[in-house]
Every structure is written in C-alpha cells, then in structure tokens.
Design a protein around this ligand. Structure first.
Ligand code: ATP
Length: 434
C-alpha cells in the first residue's frame, strides 16, 4: 500500500461544486474523528482530481461526491443530521444512503456509502454486501483507476491511499480490472470500462481483454438482465459527451459486447442514429430520446432482441405493427406520395417508433427530421372556437377544416390568420351553394 500526503484544503476547494459544502464537510470530518470512524472520498472524485492536478487533463467538476465511512453509517448520519439540517432520502440494500442537506437556504444531495465487502454468488447477479474496512471497499471496485481514496479523518487524514497501483495506471492511461473474474461477477463493468476509456482517451490493459475472454466463456453477458444492459447503454447517451457517442458504440461493437449480450445491432445505423439524436435534441423528451436510442441500435431483422434492451412484449408488438403499417402500405410508393400524405402517415405513428423507422428505412429519414423540426409544429392560428364563431357548427367539420388550414400552411399556400379566415369563408360559401 502506497500513501501520499496531499493538501486537503486545496483538494476540497477543487472538487466541491459549491463553497457551502466545505463547512458541511468540516462538520462531517469532526464527527467521524470523534466517533473514531474513518471517513474518505473514493471513486470518480479522487480519480478526476488527480487527472486534473497531476496530469493536467481538462476535467469537469464532479457531479456526485462519493463519501465513504468505515463504520456505522446510519448511526453516523443520524448524529450528523442533528448538527446539519437535512434528511435521509433513500437507503439502499447496498448500505448506501442518499442524503439531502440544506445549507444557506439551498438543497444538496450527497451519496454516503458504507465501506463494504461484496460477494458474488451467481454469475452477473447482484452481490451480497457486508460492512467492512476501506481495503475491502477498495478491492470491490471496477478498475484500478477508481481505487484511489483520500482520507478526511484519522488515521489517514489528508492522505491519498493507493492500495493496488491505481496511480500508475492513471498515469499510463490504462483501464485495468482488479482481477480476471471481474466481468463474470459484474458484466456492467465492461460498459463502464468502455465509457472511461473513451471519455479519457485511455487504453485497455491486457487484463481487460483477458477478463473479457473469461466473461464470454462463462456467457455472463447473456445472463445480465435486460434492465441492467439498458441502464448501462443509457449512460452512453446521458452521461458522456455527445461527440463521444460514436466511439462508445463502435468500441462496444468491435469488442463484440452487443452480440455476446444477445443483441444484434447494425453498425451501419450508428451514423443515422447519432445524426437524428443530434438534429432532434430539442424535439424529444428524455424518455423518448432514450427509447429511440435503444431501439435505433437494433438490426430491424432481429427486432425480438428489443426485449434484451428492456422493451416490453407490448412495445415490441407496437414497433412491429408500425413497421408493417409503413412498409406494406406506403413504402413501395413513397416517392409518389404528396408531402401532406406523408405527414398523415407520420401522424399515425408514436414519436419514438417513427424515429426508429427513420433508421430502419433511410428513404424516409430526411422527411422525418423535417416533420419533427417543422411540420409537426405548424398549427393554424384559428382555433376550434374561432371556427364555431364563424358559423361552423359540426364537430366533424371543425376537425376537417382545422386539418385543411394546417395543410394549406404546410404547403405554403396560406401564411396569415386573415388568409385562414378567407379560406373558411370560401368553405362556407361553397357549402351554401350546395
Ligand atoms: P463518473 O461519475 O465520473 O462516471 P464515478 O467513478 O464516480 O465516475 P460512479 O458510477 O459514480 O462512477 O461510481 C462510483 C464508484 O463506485 C466508481 O468509481 C467505482 O469505484 C465504484 N463502482 C461503481 N459501479 C461499480 C461496479 N459495477 N463494480 C465495481 N465498482 C463500481
């Protein structure tokens, strides 16, 4: 075990997202000292601090702070929350706590973790966890670069602890699992490793490939639940910079991870998928974006595999139904359809399915993009009530007229409310002539 003294105050000032947390940490530090329980920072905070200060990498401030206590965390937090205003929001089966604290009228969320040992009894299943010391807590981690810790209280206050050469691997830019069974225990680590490699432009150590081989042999990725696979892939989308998405997907593809996990993806689609995600960033909510991302990865010849990405049987049926709908009925004569006819087809398909179709059928891609960015937003200025006031009484006619106004706007024939009114008057005149 190697130890290095560090400037604790400068470390805290560098990593804390807001200065108010400094005061809070002093209170937590004093309490852990009084209770004789070792409190430390672990994981991404320490890794990123070193990357930034020692190796001058450009790193953002950490979004979450992982504070670990070697001791009775629940008890510790109860005592802490008598000194600081706040509450425990959530306690997990893994001895972790999400805590909300109030400082200067602002709210902050902090993750507290019990130093623990993990035992994996089944391949790719969640582990059993037991409270333990900081060494076991280090040894349960995914990669050597995430094993560094910085102590906040005795016996290692202001000390960086490097139990297994994490610092050297950080210097060399190596993604190395702690042991060769690591991905059999928990195959989600493979996706995590890919994210770190791509995010920091690091390299996989030889041990990464050896651990991967073992994982493939034991078919651990096949045993990983669909929910956990989908969660990991969503992090590609939500946690990593957008410009890294292609490399993340390609790395996953070349390592054969999708195939081993029972998912046939189409590498050729990655570009369209990324283009659509970027073009339509503001047009979709997070849920739609995530679903589209996952469905868009799939090879449309193997849609059943959507189940391996967390889709339900019902959703699978829906996507098949929508594919049949557009494919059998319209695609053959797509070029012959007018813009308005195409829009009417698009309107019948729920957003994220439509986007997936834009990937599976490239001939509709550009129009789908335009549909989301432009056509979908075009609405007549006249409302149903305005039409009633103008003398249209029947609900069905109101609906038809609103549709006609929209169509004329999309086709560029009318641009103003006045022109809309003229069109309604013409409609009424025609009706009275009949
Ligand atoms: P970032 O938030 O920058 O992606 P992080 O390292 O803080 O990186 P978290 O997901 O917050 O990532 O996890 C915190 C720490 O917990 C990690 O650094 C790692 O040491 C450990 N960890 C998380 N998931 C696993 C896992 N599946 N197996 C082993 N250790 C893990």
């Amino acid at each position: 075990m190697e130890t290095f003294e560090i400037e604790l105050e400068s470390f805290l000032k560098t990593i804390l997202p807001i200065p108010e947390l400094y005061e809070f940490l002093l209170i937590a530090q004093n309490l852990s000292k009084k209770r004789g329980e070792f409190l430390y920072f672990a994981g991404g905070v320490v890794r990123d601090y070193l990357l930034k200060t020692l190796y001058k990498k450009k790193i953002e401030k950490p979004k979450d702070l992982d504070l670990v206590l070697q001791g009775n965390l629940k008890n510790f937090l109860e005592e802490l929350l008598k000194k600081v205003k706040g509450e425990i929001l959530f306690e997990s089966q893994f001895l972790t706590y999400k805590v909300k604290i109030y400082l200067n009228g602002k709210e902050f969320l902090i993750d507290f973790i019990t130093a623990r040992k993990e035992i994996y009894e089944d391949i790719a299943k969640l582990p059993k966890v037991f409270p333990s010391d900081f060494k076991d807590d280090i040894l349960r981690r995914d990669f050597t670069i995430n094993t560094l810790i910085i102590g906040l209280s005795p016996p290692y206050k202001g000390i960086l602890i490097d139990l297994i050469n994490g610092k050297k691997d950080l210097e060399r830019g190596l993604i190395k699992p702690l042991h060769l069974n690591s991905f059999v225990d928990d195959p989600t680590r493979i996706f995590r490793g890919i994210r770190y490699k791509v995010r920091f432009s690091f390299k996989f150590a030889e041990e990464f490939f050896l651990a991967l081989e073992k994982c493939f042999k034991k078919e651990a990725l096949k045993k990983l639940s669909a929910t956990r696979i989908a969660n990991e892939l969503r992090l590609y989308l939500n946690k990593e910079p957008e410009e890294k998405l292609k490399e993340l997907l390609e790395t996953t593809f070349y390592l054969n991870i999708f195939e081993e996990a029972g998912i046939k993806v189409k590498k050729k689609n990655f570009n369209s998928l990324i283009e659509l995600l970027s073009e339509l960033r503001d047009e979709l909510n997070i849920k739609e974006r995530e679903k589209f991302f996952l469905l868009g990865l799939l090879n449309s010849q193997f849609l059943e595999q959507a189940l391996r990405l967390g889709f339900t049987e019902f959703e699978l049926k829906e996507i098949k139904k929508n594919i049949d709908f557009i494919n059998k009925k319209y695609l053959k004569d797509w070029k012959k359809l007018s813009l308005w006819e195409k829009i009417k087809v698009f309107e019948k398909i729920p957003p994220f399915y439509l986007l997936a179709l834009a990937i599976y059928f490239p001939e509709i891609k550009e129009e789908v993009i335009k549909y989301f960015k432009e056509y979908k937003k075009i609405k007549p200025e006249l409302t149903g009530n305005d039409l009633k006031n103008l003398g249209i009484k029947k609900g069905k006619e109101i609906g038809e007229l609103l549709d006609l106004l929209k169509r004329k706007r999309i086709e560029g024939e009318i641009k103003t409310k006045e022109e809309e009114k003229d069109l309604v008057i013409q409609f009424l005149l025609k009706k009275s002539e009949n």
